[in-house]
Design a protein around this ligand. Structure first.
Ligand code: NAD
Ligand code: G6P
Ligand code: MN
Length: 445
């Protein structure tokens, strides 16, 4: 079959994840040919740092690919087949507020969970909708593959106001854990696994994991996770050795698993089941965003600067991980109708039979050029159903609050979060977050 080369825009070109996505794209040109890559960002200074290195990488490895970086939406979104989006509205400066303000009230302060995640959601909604509108105006056939967080709230907002748009919301957490599962049972990669998985984004469980022959891998996985969580240090192949905070989270999955040993959880339940522990071990002056800036941003940006000043990417330390492989697989599935089975965030529409039709659920889908066909999950147990419904109501209320400018709906969302202690705390932290976000949020009445 002759493959038609794609044109791609990466929105959030200045992201720390852009170089690895470009490297991954360049590594896969035989199965996913490309004619053009554009970077788009509303912060040209940040983007230039990444773009200068990426331009050299593209020129060295695939000079036939046209490359540009722009802050002009028309230039960026004209003549593109895929928009790979990973914007961070408010950048790390506002992530800092999302983490530290809740913590000052004794609450979990996290990028996507709890009230910090909701605060981020209220900034992301208009910015992601703006990207969709740019895409539909200048390249109406384009698909958006969206990593921009908080994915659950963004997906719900898109479902509500752009239900027919070609947008797929995705997360790399389940595939990161599946890569770990493969290592635990001695298989090559996540692609050797066939899974049943359900939940909301950053709020899901595996109910079944098998190899390609159909052998049940759950007993071996449960045994490992009950001792080590998803930390791979005992196997000598832990890929995140430079990030003690993630190692702690992977180890802690052991405690999360112990809350319901019938299924395998994602790591994010740590924030909902053990908020006091999380707050206790947090340093209110040095939160996750400070670590990200000291680890990922420093590593990626200093390497980009090095490449730009050397004029070559020879000997680069930039690495490709599952994050990039997943988005490239997804683009490939759509471009070439591969019918690969992938976990996506899609409208429930009965797939989980005892959850609302309008929930945006994370479940396995078969992906082809018409988009995703979700698989049926059936009924889920009371524990998961109860947790999901509470979280879903909170996420839906954030989105309704945004579009209705409703202070009370937002307050209700805060009260509903499992990370919340008391309605008076909810009100106090909300008022602080309103003040901190006054350049981003609408006026809530
Ligand atoms: P980053 O701050 O390094 O990069 C984000 C870029 O987006 C910045 O250069 C910023 O200037 C740009 N930006 C912000 N608002 C914009 C807008 N309205 N239009 C265009 N560009 C805009 O952030 P990062 O740490 O690299 O993460 C990027 C995003 O990817 C975040 O939303 C993060 O949460 C998300 N992410 C999601 C997953 C997932 O599983 N879904 C995984 C990893 C990262
Ligand atoms: C995982 C999640 C992402 C999240 C990222 C945050 O990959 O799936 O949604 O953005 O972790 O990691 P960080 O290192 O920025 O805290
Ligand atoms: Mn995620």
């Amino acid at each position: 079959m002759e493959l038609h080369p794609s044109s791609i825009v990466i929105a959030g070109g200045g992201s720390t994840y852009t170089p690895e996505i470009i490297l991954m794209l360049l590594d896969n040109l035989d199965r996913f040919p490309i004619r053009q890559i554009k970077l788009y960002d509303n912060d040209p200074t940040r983007q230039k740092l990444v773009a200068d290195a990426c331009e050299i990488i593209v020129r060295e490895r695939a000079p036939h690919i046209a490359f540009c970086a722009t802050e002009d939406p028309e230039t960026a979104f004209t003549d593109v087949d895929f928009c790979m989006a990973h914007i961070r509205s408010g950048k790390y400066e506002m992530r800092d507020r999302d983490e530290k303000i809740p913590l000052a009230h004794g609450l979990v302060g996290q990028e996507t969970c709890g009230v910090g995640g909701m605060a981020y959601g209220l900034r992301s909604i208009p910015d992601v909708i703006e990207l969709i509108d740019f895409m539909e105006r200048w390249s109406p056939d384009c698909w958006m593959l969206n990593y921009s967080n908080p994915a659950a709230i963004v997906a719900e907002a898109v479902r509500k106001v752009r239900p027919n748009s070609k947008v797929l919301n995705i997360c790399d957490m389940p595939i990161d854990i599946m890569e770990r599962m493969a290592k635990i049972v001695g298989l090559q990669s996540r692609k050797d696994l066939v899974v049943r998985y359900y939940g909301l984004n950053h709020f899901g469980w595996w109910s079944d994991v098998r190899d390609q022959e159909g052998n049940d891998l759950m007993p071996r996985l449960k045994e490992y996770v009950s001792k080590n969580g998803y930390n791979l240090e005992p196997l000598g192949c832990e890929p995140r050795l430079n990030d003690e905070d993630w190692l702690k989270t992977y180890r802690f999955a052991r405690e999360v698993f112990a809350c319901d040993p019938t299924v395998l959880p994602t790591t994010y339940f740590k924030y909902y089941f053990f908020p006091d522990h999380v707050v206790e071990e947090s340093d209110p002056k040095y939160t996750r965003v400070d670590m990200v800036r000291d680890i990922r941003e420093k590593e990626v940006f200093s390497e980009c600067r090095r490449i730009a000043s050397a004029g070559t990417s020879e000997g680069t330390t930039l690495k490709i991980g599952v994050h990039a492989s997943f988005i490239v697989d997804l683009a490939c599935a759509i471009a070439y109708n591969t019918h690969e089975r992938m976990l996506l965030i899609v409208p429930n529409n009965g797939a989980v039979s005892n959850l609302p039709e309008t929930a945006m659920v994370e479940i396995p889908c078969i992906v082809g050029s018409n988009g995703p066909e979700p698989l049926s999950i059936g009924e889920i147990p009371w524990f998961q159903k109860g947790l999901i419904e509470q979280q879903l109501a909170a996420e839906k209320l954030v989105v309704e609050a945004y579009f209705e400018r409703s202070y009370h709906k937002l307050l209700q969302a805060f009260i509903l979060s499992k990370t919340m202690k008391d309605a008076s705390v909810a009100r106090a932290v909300l008022d602080d977050l309103i003040e901190a976000n006054k350049d981003y949020w609408p006026d809530f009445k």
